[in-house]
Design a protein around this ligand. Structure first.
Ligand code: ADP
Length: 578
């Protein structure tokens, strides 16, 4: 119930509208029941006219006018009920989705390496969507059903209590059957949700990796994988539907049994003149009518079970705490000189193998530190420690002598520029993408940054210039162009510390020269850590750090390291065929 309470907390801000919805529901239910009262009178009035020969036409007219107004007002309150319910449930879901997204943004990188994108997306869209329906029909809608049901039963008892009790004798049995079914439905719908999560994983992976799929000619293989997951999803859903499909006829048949008894017993009462025909017809019609809310309530428990399963998955994420957080009393990093010092830094991703093993490294302001080493040596891990994407297990990193864990994350990252190997561009215009570096930059500043990044000319060559829309992930731009946009973004940010992961993919010579020139300008006067793949970068570096299995094995200038005749020399020979 803890879970349901957490969901209901999202309704709290909309109390006023909930009250309006509930008032509409009460009036709506009341008017519906009142109709049966008038209907009963109508029949008796007709029979009276027929059997006694009295003129009951005026009476009949009045009853009809009454019924007209009952339906008119009921319509108005039905609108209120539906509108206010939707208002509350849609708002609550919007808030929940915002909360979840904000939380996702706050989570540290380890969360994203541990969880699949498809799964996370499925929770923010499918699961949250499921909750909306459940809140509308369940948390709020249930009142409407309850009012009709309780009002109806109240009237039945008032009119003829013995007949009412007889008609309800099978209800405990029906309740038991529903309970058994619901337990199974809950289980199956949980399974169905896991399946849909798997399906979105496959979808997400293969769409974002479509180039890889195609280049390996694995379309059929991926189709088979998708088909398999889709089939499992279908099975789980069908099982769910099958259970629901069985539940309805079984409960309805049981309900029909009690109707038969009512007709038999009521018929005897009418014949014995203990009841008028109108009373029996009215009684029976109302009894039939309240089976609707009863049915909705039984269906509802299925919906609510499904929604609770969805809520569980949503709150599971909301309950995850970011692993990297601001320390209490962390201070702002304002001016940075650029002394960076790694002291005995040790880090492992999952405790079994050290990704960084006792790293000691010093960088002075404006220096370029080139990191080299074979793949998996720990170069990316090392640079990822500087913006605190991960925190060390032991040891520390200081900037100008201050442990970076004593600095607020936001102010730390504000001072660090990162140009990744693979440029990530977001949908929007080219200008938007450069602006990502510093949101309050002016148009002149954007153009200045683009010029410094050697990007201005090609941007201007587009018909819409800086306002050109970029396709998904920068489709339509060449690799070199994307890199230069990323460089412009970093120049605009103007960080004191720069982290550069050089692209391994070769560009054409002209593009290469333009990118290199832009990078040189970007690196000027910043303390730069570069994961080096280009010879020129290594030659120009102030210090080359050679890494192997999480350790720094050699350090020095190009000449010094070559003279050592160690790992560096080997790597150098392999990589540059020297
Ligand atoms: P490099 O950048 O030199 O290629 P990395 O820093 O990426 O090396 O990797 C160093 C080691 O850490 C490797 O053994 C790699 O498998 C491991 N590693 C990297 N990222 C993760 C991660 N997110 N989770 C677990 N292990 C990782």
């Amino acid at each position: 119930m803890e879970l349901a309470k957490r969901v209901l907390r999202y309704l709290k801000p909309y109390k006023g509208r909930i009250v309006l919805a509930v008032i509409s529901m009460i009036l709506n239910a009341g008017l519906s029941i009142l109709f049966f009262d008038r209907f009963q009178d109508l029949i008796d009035t007709m029979i009276q006219g027929l059997t006694t020969g009295e003129t009951t036409l005026v009476q009949l007219n009045w009853i009809i006018i009454g019924i007209f107004f009952i339906f008119l007002f009921r319509g108005i309150f039905q609108y209120g009920e539906k509108y206010f319910t939707a208002y509350v449930s849609q708002n609550a879901v919007k808030d929940l989705r915002n909360n979840l997204y904000q939380h996702l943004q706050s989570l540290s990188l380890d969360f994203y390496t541990k969880n699949k994108t498809g799964e996370i997306m499925s929770r923010t869209t499918n699961d949250v969507g499921k909750l909306e329906g459940a809140i509308a029909s369940g948390a709020i809608g249930i009142f409407s059903q309850m009012f009709t049901l309780l009002g109806g039963i109240g009237k039945l008892l008032y009119d003829n209590w013995s007949l009412t009790l007889i008609s309800f004798f099978l209800f405990p049995v029906i309740g038991y059957v529903i309970d058994v079914f619901n337990k199974r439905i809950r289980k199956v719908s949980k399974r169905a949700q896991v399946k849909i999560g798997n399906l979105s994983d496959v979808l997400q992976e293969t769409i974002s990796g479509i180039r890889v799929v195609k280049s390996f000619g694995r379309e059929e293989y991926e189709y088979d994988r998708f088909e398999e997951e889709n089939y499992a999803n279908f099975r789980a859903n069908l099982k769910n539907s099958q259970l629901k499909a069985t539940l309805t006829p079984v409960t309805e048949f049981l309900a029909a049994m009690s109707f038969i008894v009512v007709l038999w017993y009521g018929g005897r009462q009418v014949i014995a003149a203990k009841m008028t025909p109108g009373e029996l017809v009215g009684f029976f019609s109302l009894l039939m009518y309240i089976t609707n809310p009863l049915k909705s309530i039984t269906r509802l428990s299925g919906t609510i079970q499904g929604a609770l399963a969805a809520a569980e998955r949503i709150f599971e994420i909301i309950d995850i705490q970011p692993t990297i957080k601001d320390k209490v009393g962390a201070r702002e990093l304002t001016e940075v000189d650029g002394y960076i010092h790694f002291k005995d830094l040790v880090f492992s991703y999952n405790n079994d193998e050290l990704a960084l093993d006792k790293i000691n490294l010093k960088a002075k302001p404006g220096q370029v530190i080139a990191l080299v080493g074979s793949s998996g040596a720990g170069k990316s891990t090392l640079v990822n420690m500087i913006p605190r994407f991960y925190d060390p297990d032991s040891g520390e990193i200081t900037i100008d002598g201050v442990d970076i864990r004593d600095i607020t994350i936001k102010s730390l990252r504000d001072k660090i520029g990162i140009v990744p190997q693979e440029t990530v561009l977001f949908s929007g215009t080219i200008a938007d993408n450069i602006l990502y570096g510093r949101l309050d930059a002016s148009e002149e500043e954007i153009i200045k940054a683009a010029k410094a990044a050697n990007a201005h000319d090609f941007i201007e060559a587009f018909p819409e210039g800086y306002e050109s829309e970029i396709g998904e992930r920068g489709a339509g731009l060449s690799g070199g162009q994307k890199q230069r946009i990323a460089i412009a973004r970093a120049i605009l940010k103007d960080p004191s510390i720069l982290i550069l992961d050089e692209a391994t993919s070769a560009l054409d010579t002209e593009s290469e020269a333009l990118v290199q020139d832009a990078l040189d300008r970007l690196m000027k006067n910043r303390t730069t850590f570069v994961i080096a793949h280009r010879l020129s970068t290594i030659l120009d570096a102030d210090k080359i750090v050679v890494m192997e299995r999480g350790k720094v094995v050699e350090m020095g200038s190009h000449e010094e390291l070559l003279a050592k005749d160690g790992l560096y020399k080997k790597l150098y020979e392999i990589q540059f065929n020297k």
